[in-house]
Unconditional design. Structure first.
Length: 322
């Protein structure tokens, strides 16, 4: 499952035209569209949209992993884990940010970061990568989750991550939010995803992997085309790695979508031969436009058409439970 946070068609197009008029999404077999609204707002936030896609139920903005009456929901990662799957999450935000949190946490507010990290500590996810070390070892309750999570190895670099033979690894890539790609964020998302897929393969079980290109959204909130395009190109390079894997594997599904569009961005000019675009934004926030769904691999045809974002969960549930 790949989520480009805030990634609408203009973000995709901007990345494509800035990358020699090519996107790895062209390798997708099927394309669909999803409606993104939450239960109480036309314009969703990442918590409500992530919960809809991970758990199949519309909820209120800011709510994570619960319905609008705060009843906890079981999400697709947890369902896969119960079926014997290995699991992983790799993101370019903090690991406790709203989108990844909807795949392991249940809280009334997405901003309960310390509660979210405590729930991650109990989640048994095999491999997780993202920023936000502060929510584990610099907490208001003085707990140090890094020492409490005795069954995890905590990597300090991509080399120690790759070299560890543990089947439970956390890699907290920054103390707080990871920096922007165009300012030098490393390790790259493609390298982290490639390493994680290899680890999941080595466990020799079916697996569920969530990958989020989080800062496409942040860049669009800031109306910052340079940031947005660099994040889109990195996410696109990650998609290439995933497609290379599934085309060789033959028994894996990839679904690539967004939780919502951000910024109402348009392409108002540019130069195709020079791989340059000119962007304009109508908003510093999310919009209610539908976002695309790209799918390829096993049972990918299930994801074509136009439907609600809750159907992402329903379609995945049907596949893993057949």
């Amino acid at each position: 499952m790949m989520i480009g946070d805030g990634m609408g068609l203009s973000q995709i197009s901007s990345g494509m035209y800035s990358n020699n008029n090519y996107t790895s999404l062209e390798r997708s077999k099927y394309v669909g569209l999803i409606k993104t609204h939450s239960s109480n707002r036309l314009i969703t936030d990442s918590a409500a949209a992530g919960t809809a896609m991970s758990s199949g139920v519309k909820t209120k903005n800011t709510v994570v992993g619960m319905d609008e009456n705060y009843k906890p929901l079981k999400n697709i990662l947890e369902i896969c884990k119960d079926l014997g799957y290995s699991t992983g999450i790799v993101v370019t935000s903090t690991i406790v940010h709203a989108t990844p949190a909807t795949y392991y946490s249940k809280v009334k507010s997405r901003y309960q970061y310390e509660d979210i990290s405590s729930q991650l500590a109990q989640s048994d996810i095999n491999f997780f990568i993202g920023g936000g070390e502060r929510y584990f070892n610099d907490r208001s309750d003085n707990r140090n989750l890094l020492t409490e999570m005795e069954d995890y190895f905590f990597a300090t670099s991509i080399e120690t991550y790759k070299n560890s033979k543990s089947d439970k690894i956390g890699y907290l890539t920054s103390y707080d939010d990871p920096i922007e790609k165009h300012k030098g964020r490393e390790p790259s998302l493609p390298s982290l995803v490639e390493a994680t897929i290899k680890k999941l393969e080595d466990l020799d079980k079916p697996f569920f992997l969530l990958i989020e290109g989080a800062q496409i959204d942040w860049a669009s909130h800031d109306n910052d085309p340079k940031h947005m395009i660099s994040e889109m190109i990195e996410f696109d390079n990650t998609i290439k790695k995933v497609f290379d894997f599934i085309e060789n594997d033959g028994n894996t599904l990839v679904v690539i979508t967004a939780d919502h569009e951000t910024g109402g961005v348009a392409i108002t000019g540019g130069d195709l031969l020079k791989s340059k675009v000119k962007n304009k934004y109508v908003s510093g926030s999310h919009t209610a436009t539908m976002v695309p769904v790209f799918s390829s691999g096993y049972k990918a045809h299930n994801f074509k058409g136009v439907y609600d974002n809750t159907e992402i969960f329903n379609k995945l549930f049907e596949i893993v439970n057949q």
